[in-house]
Design a protein around this ligand. Sequence first.
Ligand code: SF4
Ligand code: FES
Length: 250
Amino acid sequence: MKLTLKVWRQKNSSDKGSFETYQLDNVDVHASFLEMFDVLNETLINEGKDPVAFDHDCREGICGTCSMVINGRAHGPLQNTTTCQLHMRHFKDGDTIVVEPWRAKAFPVIKDLVVDRSAFDRIIESGEYISVNTGQAPEANSILVPKDKSELAFDAAACIGCGACVAACKNSSAMLFVGAKVSHLALLPQGHPEQFTRVLSMVEQMDKEGFGGCTWTQACEAECPKGISISNIARLNREYLAASLALQKK
Ligand code: SF4
Ligand code: FES
């Protein structure tokens, strides 16, 4: 395949940045999108130029590290697919592909396509934990969990923390991510001891980091590579209300 790539290049967070155009003449249709970038970078290095910085780790759709906006869509054109799981057979010979970083105030660009997503880490640190006894693992059936609840909790736990929901949202809202994390533990009995403090702390940290609010456009759900449902945002709102009322009563 022959491709024209328009790639965002930015030296650091204070640099203005701009698009650079690259021609690739021999792209393997079976290559993944990131492998195509590996080939581009080998070419740039051989020419003595600065390779394109981009984030990746597992390349198996698990870690949530890869993060590219491809032709205006977070993680590219395929539903339920991370950038690392996207393959070149989904593009046509002669295509022009535009690649940009996640764009959000809370995700400043570090270099080229790499953004700082440590805001997500700080939200997790603020409340995504449970009280457990140390020592041996408890007997698996000592706390029973209804099947419907465990399935909803499992669906929420599928969030890989990639940030595509923020990149897709016109408000740069992180509520799908926070909703998934809060739901995961709120649905399970093990998460109940910190149920109220968790949601209040995580929402407070989310606001502090500069993420916007949800205006229900559903773009986050459409672009999430793990199919996280916006019903988790509704649950986040209910949990937040319940926690606020519970604290008022005290
Ligand atoms: S909710 Fe989806 S898009 Fe958002 S961080 Fe989790 S996996 Fe990524
Ligand atoms: S590199 Fe791990 S999910 Fe894409």
